[in-house]
Every structure is written in structure tokens, then in C-alpha cells.
Design a protein around this ligand. Structure first.
Ligand code: ADP
Length: 288
């Protein structure tokens, strides 16, 4: 055998081992939810973080994984910025955020936020795979993946690596709905065989900080209509709420710290729907 053939064989053997390790890791997770958006800045990470917190508060064992190269904001949203990541036997140990929630973010593994942006495509794919394979979550009910935005190679890698049962949540804004972003995200899910758990319309209407009244700044209801047109569930509308900005800045997820705010109440309804939709497919935790 030539040297070239030998190294090709070594490479495919290594890939096979990695594939087995990934399958083993993902088999410990009962349900994976990929949180997607057509573009950045619509509140995808906010939804991912608060969904993880709310599911943990509802008694589920949850992992929150941030692989958003364009701005890994989970450390800030969860108040764990600058914490040091430990390794054990070559595995990355996630950070604990309360008894039922573990968190890992690309942002915790970088020297500076700009590091990730300059990586070339293949390197990013390798990092996504490594984070899915090498984080020692242990047994989980849910892994929430804060995916890179858009429908390009990065979310594609995430979608292709996650094994069923898996579902996607698409986050959008009301004014975006006139564009093709949501349709594109949903078509992306269809193409990669990713079931869509539903669409969330974020920053939908404004909650007055003085009187608490809700004002529709943009047209609303578009998310619901669009979800109906493309045949996917509509999970709910989260208002533009100053509490969310404050809680994001302070690293205190509103689902836990402001459950009675307008956004907190809406979000609780969304979480109920997510639990219903996902657990309908699974045996109850006690039977697992
Ligand atoms: P993405 O992950 O889509 O880039 P983020 O979740 O990081 O977006 O949110 C972008 C900014 O918008 C953050 O400062 C966040 O606190 C704020 N934000 C998100 N959702 C809301 C909302 N419903 N009301 C007010 N501010 C919000």
C-alpha cells in the first residue's frame, strides 16, 4: 500500500471512530432542539437561553450549546462570561447553571470574540462536530442548540450532525415576515429532514414600561399566517419588552427572573407547547 493510501485509510478510520463517539454522545440525549433564525439579531439566542432555563425549571435535565460563530452571546445572556472551562479525560466539561442546566458555548472557548469569525469553513465544521462530540453532558432530556443564523453551511452542519429525535424552532420578527427569511428557514429544515416544532414571532408589539400596555409597532399576526400557509405550528409572540434587554444585559434570563413580565407569561405558554410537542414523541422520563 502506498503512503497516500495508508494515510487515507487512517483518516477514514479516524472519521469512523469519531462518528461512533458522536452517536454515543447524542444517544444520551432524549431530544435535541435546534434554534434557528433567518438572520442575526432577531432574538434567537435569547429564545434558546430562556427555553433552556424554562425547561430546567420544569424539571427536565437540559444542556444549552451555543455554536453561533457570528456572536456567541450565551455566556453573556446566562451570566457566565469569562468562566474557565475545565477538561476531563480529553472531554470538555459544561458549566452548571443550577442543578438541572448545563451550558457550553463557543464563546467560552475563544480568546476573543473575533477569533471565530476569521475561521475558514472546514475549521468551523470541525469545531461544530467537536462540540457535539466532546462535551460531557451526561444524560439529558433536552439539548438546546443555539445555531448560527441563516441557511448556509454552518447551520447545515449542525442539522446534519444532530440525530433524531430532533426538531427546529424558527425565531423571527414581525417586520421580517414580509421577506422570504422564514420561508427560507423552513425550506432549509425540509431539505435536511428536520421537523419544525414551530415559529416564534419575537419583538412582536411593544410593552410600555410605564403602563404595561401592549402596542403593535409593526403589523402583527404575520407569523401566525405564515406558519399556517407553510403548514408548521405557530408557537407564540414575544413582545418587545424592556425587561428582556435588562435581563440579557445582566445575565439573568427573564424566564427565571421575570416570569410575571408580559414576555415571561407569553414565553411560559410557548414552553408548554414545546414540551407537549416534543414529549408526545417520547416515553415519559420515568419510563426512559
Ligand atoms: P440573535 O441571537 O438572533 O442574534 P439575541 O438573542 O442576541 O439575537 O438578541 C439581540 C438583542 O435583542 C439582545 O440585546 C436581546 O437582549 C434583545 N432582545 C431579544 N428579544 C427581545 C425582546 N423580545 N424584547 C426586547 N429585547 C429583546
Amino acid at each position: 500500500m502506498t503512503e497516500q493510501e495508508n494515510s487515507a485509510q487512517d483518516l477514514s478510520a479516524q472519521e469512523a471512530v469519531e462518528g461512533l463517539e458522536l452517536a454515543k454522545r447524542l444517544a444520551e440525549i432524549r431530544y435535541k432542539i435546534m434554534v434557528l433564525s433567518g438572520k442575526g439579531g432577531v432574538g434567537k439566542s435569547t429564545v434558546a437561553a430562556n427555553l433552556a432555563v424554562a425547561l430546567a425549571a420544569a424539571g427536565r435535565r437540559v444542556g444549552l450549546l451555543d455554536v453561533d460563530f457570528h456572536g456567541p452571546s450565551i455566556p453573556k445572556l446566562m451570566g457566565i462570561q469569562g468562566q474557565v472551562v475545565a477538561m476531563e479525560e480529553g472531554m470538555i466539561l459544561p458549566l452548571a447553571s443550577g442543578p438541572a442546566l448545563k451550558v457550553m458555548s463557543l464563546g467560552l472557548l475563544l480568546q476573543s470574540e473575533d477569533d471565530a469569525v476569521i475561521w475558514r469553513g472546514p475549521l468551523k465544521m470541525g469545531v461544530i462536530k467537536q462540540l457535539l462530540k466532546d462535551v460531557r453532558w451526561g444524560a439529558l432530556d433536552y439539548l438546546i442548540v443555539d445555531s448560527p443564523p441563516g441557511t448556509g453551511d454552518e447551520p447545515l452542519s449542525v442539522a446534519q450532525l444532530l440525530t433524531p429525535p430532533v426538531g427546529a424552532i424558527v425565531v423571527t420578527q414581525p417586520q421580517q415576515l414580509s421577506t422570504a427569511d422564514v420561508r427560507r428557514s423552513i425550506r432549509f429544515c425540509e431539505r435536511v429532514g428536520l421537523p419544525v416544532l414551530g415559529v416564534i414571532e419575537n419583538m412582536s408589539g411593544f410593552v410600555c414600561p410605564h403602563c404595561g400596555a401592549r402596542v403593535d409597532v409593526f403589523t402583527s399576526g404575520g407569523g401566525e399566517r405564515l406558519a399556517e400557509q407553510v403548514g408548521v405550528p405557530f408557537l407564540g409572540r414575544i413582545p418587545l419588552d424592556p425587561t428582556i434587554v435588562k435581563s440579557g444585559d445582566e445575565g439573568k434570563p427573564f424566564a427565571a427572573y421575570a416570569p410575571d413580565s408580559p414576555a415571561g407569561r407569553e414565553f411560559a405558554e410557548i414552553v408548554k407547547k414545546v414540551i407537549q410537542a416534543t414529549e408526545a414523541e417520547l416515553p415519559r422520563p420515568s419510563e426512559a
